[in-house]
Design a protein around this ligand. Structure first.
Ligand SMILES: Cc1cc2nc3c(=O)[nH]c(=O)nc-3n(C[C@H](O)[C@H](O)[C@H](O)COP(=O)(O)O)c2cc1C
Length: 164
């Protein structure tokens, strides 16, 4: 796994930023403690069993929490819910409890689920790739629920970037 000799950094960045992403609140727990963060690097990875991948920043509190508990939940945001997404960018280390003014409930895994979202899936971690500044967690979907109909919030609608 050698480093490419002459990676075109600009081309890499431009193209990686064209990969389409949705925006989610990833709810996590560790014992009694709960937390959540805005996640975009999510995709389906298998039909049977149903798997998703969730790439999580190694220096975040949430990374440690997923590693310890082996579970996470994804709440699906609706178009227009930028403010909610923004609330969960902030690291717990700096802002403390991000759920203070947000309505949520605990799912089957014990992870927090945002009430005002389109719906959620909950996952057991069944594998991981720890390489680089994000860990690829592979989650098997063990629960799901719909709160309401609606279109998803997409990263490209927001003017924000996470990628490159
Ligand atoms: C648009 C956007 C998308 C993001 N997507 C991810 C992601 O897919 N994975 C990730 O680990 N962090 C992502 N983040 C960063 C986390 O939301 C951020 O690191 C958060 O503060 C972590 O919270 P914690 O330290 O309380 O766990 C994203 C941030 C932004 C602004």
């Amino acid at each position: 796994m050698g480093k490419p000799l002459a990676l075109d950094e600009q081309a890499k960045k431009t193209l990686l930023r064209k990969i389409p992403h949705g925006l989610y609140i990833c709810g996590v727990k560790d014992g009694e403690e709960v937390n959540g963060f805005t996640a975009s690097w999510i995709m389906q990875a298998s039909f049977q069993p149903p798997l998703v991948v969730n790439c999580v920043k190694t220096d975040s509190i949430s990374h440690r929490m997923i590693k310890n508990s082996g579970v996470f939940a994804l709440s699906f945001l609706e178009e227009g819910q930028k403010e909610l997404a923004q609330n969960f960018f902030k690291p717990m280390r700096r802002v403390g409890n991000k759920f203070e003014e947000i309505e949520f409930y605990l799912g089957e895994t014990g992870c927090p689920i945002i009430q005002d979202s389109l719906g959620y899936i909950e996952c057991n971690v069944v594998g991981s790739v720890e390489h680089g500044d994000h860990t690829v967690y592979v989650g098997e979907v063990i629960a799901a629920g719909i709160h309401r109909e609606g279109n998803p919030l997409l990263l490209e609608q927001t003017g924000w970037n996470y990628g490159g």
